[in-house]
Design a protein around this ligand. Sequence first.
Ligand code: PLP
Ligand code: TYF
Length: 394
Amino acid sequence: MLTALKPQPADKILQLIQMFREDPRDGKIDLGVGVYKDPTGLTPVMRAVKAAEKRLWETETTKTYTGLAGEPAYNAAMVELILAGAVAADRVASVATPGGTGAVRQALELIRMAAPGATVWISNPTWPNHLTIVKYLGIPMQEYRYFDAATGAVDFDGMMADLAQVKAGDVVLLHGCCHNPTGANPNPVQWLAICEAIAKAGAVPLIDLAYQGFGDGLEMDAAATRLLASKLPEVLIAASCSKNFGIYRERTGILIAIGEASGRVVTQGNLNFLNRQNFSFPPDHGARLVTMILDDEALCADWKAELEEVRLNMLTLRQLLAEALRAETGSDRFGFVAEHRGMFSRLGLTPEQVEKLRTDHAVYMVGDSRLNIAGLNRTTVPVLARAVADVLRG
Ligand code: PLP
Ligand code: TYF
């Protein structure tokens, strides 16, 4: 049986981790996988997470199964963090999931159950796992234009023209903030137009919210999600705690389904059913830490302060990099780096130039020229800018 299996294509982002590890050169720079790194290159455990873990160890009395939907207190705390009362509680169903990826996967399975023929519209480009999961589930898919490579901004006209083709009952997958891989995001006025286009089409948004707190702050980063949730009859939200709590390997996420209050019990039952079919109970450790932090005033304040440090560090690096690129290349073409938000920017280099960065300069970024801003520090910003200027000269 196993001999019938065909090799699967590797995840190009995860492949870079291995390539970087095997590179013996001193001074190599890892701008690949989307993991936050502090100025010393470490991905720290956040202070509030450490404190919650200690408290959990001291107070936890059982490890018996949690509920199929996870611990109700986790779901309540996350719904509050994301929606802040933007929709009535009796319209909201939710399940804890293994990470944001688990939430995306469950959302797409729910869509396939509820609307088997519906097309899922995906931004071009998007996080590669969106494409592979949709394809794996056999869901019809279309792309909408998103990124203007010439300006590094959202191709808003292209996006709106494509969203005008969306049919009633289709699903539009959106990045709630900090678009991966481009770093370009709609402004609040554009979000309103996107919301209106989805309403006019009679479509359902699926919002992937993996970076709340990494862009313009916890509240601003949730603003588009809250807008869509408050204006549209049905909204799905797949959120991750991996980045903003720095608990990547704990696999902590949530799927939120908003609809008519009269359908909430059945929707919740279907979410629970999907959890049971796929893994029964969701992981609890990370969810418990998140709950303890969000429900405790002091821990929550400390978490918010540290998250803000993380966000501002990335913003400073963006500014420094935009300036260094201007100085080294003598052009403004990379000014968008300072406008982008989140961990990533797509520089608009060719695959050959990205390859040359790796071979000649030991700089690792994803083949589409996406770089992880948090992989930089004050010392490596000028090194990267010089390397980019060098590969542009050919
Ligand atoms: N969605 C997007 C756009 C992402 O970039 C990520 C990656 O971090 C995720 C979802 C899910 O992350 P995780 O499954 O690690 O929570
Ligand atoms: O895009 C990234 O780098 C992050 C991390 O299969 C990631 O979202 C990358 C690949 C993957 C899962 C997570």
